[in-house]
Design a protein around this ligand. Structure first.
Ligand code: FES
Length: 242
């Protein structure tokens, strides 16, 4: 079990996989929608055996997902990293409310959609003088896997972040019938193929479908691409099953 984020690393191979080190736990995590089809909570999925080191597919072509099987070479995968290296806060738009400030960096959106409930996190921030709206705004921003959305307490001036242990989740989105990104949690270092470390953040989402235009980060293209890693939650339900 990874004890400390400093011991954990995701190193990006040029046009190849993610090399993971530091015994990072790996499991599926599922977007669970309410009756209106809006994501409401995260559901737990399959856990993978704990390994000290492993490599995860980045091109979306592996026959042994989530692990790399070398398919990127035959696929001629272009994994060029085009994401900005500037700090999140310098790129984020600010939305101010009476008790919260929301920062929003759209280019990081992984289209998990938790921000759409109850009028949306933007309106909830504007209405954050109401304790119920404030609570909901914080919940929605904290459920954002990519860290696109962060709520800040106006009183303390500090970000309100969920407590996340160093780990990696493979996102599944049954409502959209697709598999999503790698959700890297808990301040794990992400090292570029050129050796530079990206800004260390509590939560980021890395593309594993190979189609993002903001590599190494997910930009929601897995939905258009219909990316499917064969997870049980994406299989059509059998007749009579709930
Ligand atoms: S996994 Fe989201 S764009 Fe590739």
């Amino acid at each position: 079990m990874a004890k400390n984020a400093r011991d954990c690393k995701v190193v990006i191979a040029e046009n190849g996989p993610y090399f993971i080190s530091g015994s990072l736990p790996l499991a599926k995590e599922i977007i669970v929608c309410d009756r209106e089809g809006i994501p409401a909570k995260w559901g737990k999925g399959k856990r993978y055996p704990l390994k000290k080191e492993y490599s995860l597919c980045r091109c979306g072509q592996s026959g042994n997902k989530p692990y790399c099987d070398g398919a990127h070479a035959n696929a001629g995968f272009d994994g060029t990293e085009t994401a900005s290296r500037k700090k999140y806060i310098t790129r984020a738009e600010k939305i101010s409310g009476p008790s919260l400030i929301l920062t929003d960096c759209k280019e990081l959106c992984a289209i998990a959609r938790f921000c759409e409930k109850a009028g949306g996190v933007w309106q909830l921030t504007v209405d954050s003088g109401d304790p119920k709206a404030r609570k909901k705004a914080i919940e929605e921003a904290c459920n954002c896997p990519s860290g696109r959305l962060v709520e800040w307490d106006r009183k303390t001036g500090k970000p309100i972040e969920p407590k996340l242990k160093p780990s990696i989740s493979l996102v599944e989105d049954p409502d959209e019938k697709v598999s999503g990104p790698l959700w890297v949690k808990g301040g794990v270092q992400i090292v570029s193929s050129d050796g530079e470390t990206y800004e260390i953040r509590n939560r980021v989402t890395l593309c594993r479908c190979g189609r993002s235009g903001n590599k190494p980060f997910c930009n929601g293209m897995h939905i258009d691409a219909g990316f499917n890693d064969g997870d049980e939650s994406l299989k059509p339900k059998k007749k009579g099953s709930k």
